[in-house]
Design a protein around this ligand. Structure first.
Ligand code: C5P
Length: 414
């Protein structure tokens, strides 16, 4: 944990309803000992007044790039150099787009270009806007540019929708600023890509095939990898979990979308962890209109086709592009035999096997015990480690430690 004492934080506020929470955030940052200066976009001032932020921070709030009086005090370049951290909360879809494209059409975007500070943002917007491919592309670009994205959280939204897009609570933002992501750790310099959660395969515009996966294990792994210092990209099916601090999240719905995202991101990753519960089959031809109940037949036959095996496709990449590949096996019997078979058949480097027939483990649960198996260069029998029953966060740390050992062994043999 690092302290915010004496840290110079430039808090940027853009035009989202979550801007009302930024007043509390400014107050918490001050209470944590940080020096705080605030920059508001034009739109932000429709939600909260500069006077509120001025009263809370004790500093004049900057709202305009071309303000002769403010520039005579601390010019915008000076302000950009002053900051240790540029924190934008809330960050709207429009601001993310402008930042991703390097615009400098207002004070906040100009400060972004002129500053070499650590960059952190807490996106907040309607769930459909967040899921839109354009926003997802911008989020990816911003993470590649060095921004740490906090959230968004999923849940009820001010507009009445439910889904991802809520700004993290101010307390969570302050906690993330003081916690490890961005600091150096044993995984610093590594890029880890993960899949998590279920996939959702449409049958018609209102119905789909899915499964019980909560995404908890994959999200715990992503959080653990970020805490260890890795750059983390989490390809997530539909789940109601907050994005862990410092993790770049790519939202997908179907197995085919997950497959495309996985192959695109795996090629420049050091490790790939397939934690998603991918639907084995999808509808051969999803109906364009809602399927009607028929009175002339008691049954309905759906034609399903096989989905691509995502992890096997990643494991089959050419050696120069192939990351270390870690899979999961959820079994109800003969755990070790089925896991070893999967390890070999899918061409994986390591597999995390767990017995989902045991009560309180696996899907949806908070605890898990696992058998870790990995391929060895010098032996036909895999390496093996049985963990105790752990919380998913503890198990994630254990898996990551083993993964780092495998990566080091692989690098040593290259
Ligand atoms: O074959 P099975 O579904 O049991 O394999 C589980 C492992 O394979 C998990 O790591 C899962 O994420 C991955 N998988 C995949 N694509 C599929 C099916 C499974 O990546 N279509």
């Amino acid at each position: 944990m690092s302290s915010l004492l004496g840290q110079r934080i430039l808090l940027g506020i853009s035009a989202g309803i979550a801007a009302y929470k930024s007043a509390h955030l400014a107050r918490l940052l001050k209470k944590s000992g940080a020096e705080v200066r605030v920059v508001m976009t034009d739109g932000a001032q429709a939600f909260i007044t500069p006077l509120t932020l001025q009263a809370l921070t004790g500093e004049a709030v900057r709202t305009s790039l071309l303000d002769p009086d403010a520039e005579a005090g601390m010019g915008h370049i000076e302000l950009a150099r002053w900051a240790d951290t540029l924190l934008i909360a809330p960050a709207t879809a429009d601001l993310m787009a402008r930042l991703a494209h390097g615009h400098a059409d207002d004070l906040l975007t100009t400060l972004n270009l002129a500053s070499e500070a650590r960059r952190v943002m807490a996106p907040a917007m309607n769930q459909a806007m967040w899921r839109h491919p354009a926003t997802q592309r911008n989020a990816e670009q911003l993470a590649a540019d060095g921004w740490q994205l906090l959230g968004p959280d999923a849940g009820d939204q001010a507009c009445g929708d439910v889904g991802p897009g809520r700004m993290l609570e101010p307390e969570e933002i302050v906690a993330a600023l003081t916690s490890a992501p961005g600091e150096r750790g044993p995984a610093t310099g590594l890029t880890i890509t993960l899949t998590a959660g279920p996939t959702r395969e449409p049958l018609d515009p209102v119905r789909y095939l899915t499964n019980q996966s909560s995404g908890k294990m994959g999200y715990a792994l992503a959080a653990s990898a970020a805490r260890l210092g890795a750059r983390v990209r989490l390809i997530s099916g539909p789940v109601s979990l907050a994005t862990p601090p410092g993790v770049e999240r790519i939202d997908v719905e179907t197995a085919e979308q997950m497959h495309a995202a996985a192959l695109r991101l795996a090629v420049d990753s050091d490790a790939f962890i397939g934690c998603a519960a991918v639907a084995d089959y999808r509808a051969a031809a999803p109906a364009a209109h809602k399927l009607k109940k028929r009175d002339d037949a008691d049954g309905l036959t759906l034609e399903l086709v096989k989905n691509p095996d995502i992890i096997a496709a990643v494991a089959a990449l050419p050696a120069t592009e192939r990351p270390l590949v870690v899979g999961f096996a959820a079994e109800t019997q003969e755990l070790e035999r089925y896991a070893v078979d999967k390890l070999t058949r899918k061409g994986l480097d390591m597999i995390v096997a767990n017995d989902v027939s045991l009560a309180g483990q696996g899907f949806g649960a908070d605890h898990n015990a696992a058998l870790l198996l990995w391929r060895r260069a010098d032996s036909t029998t895999p390496g093996c480690h049985q963990t105790a029953t752990l919380t998913k966060a503890e198990l994630a740390d254990t898996i990551l430690r083993h993964l780092l050992e495998r990566l080091i062994a692989r690098q040593a043999s290259e």
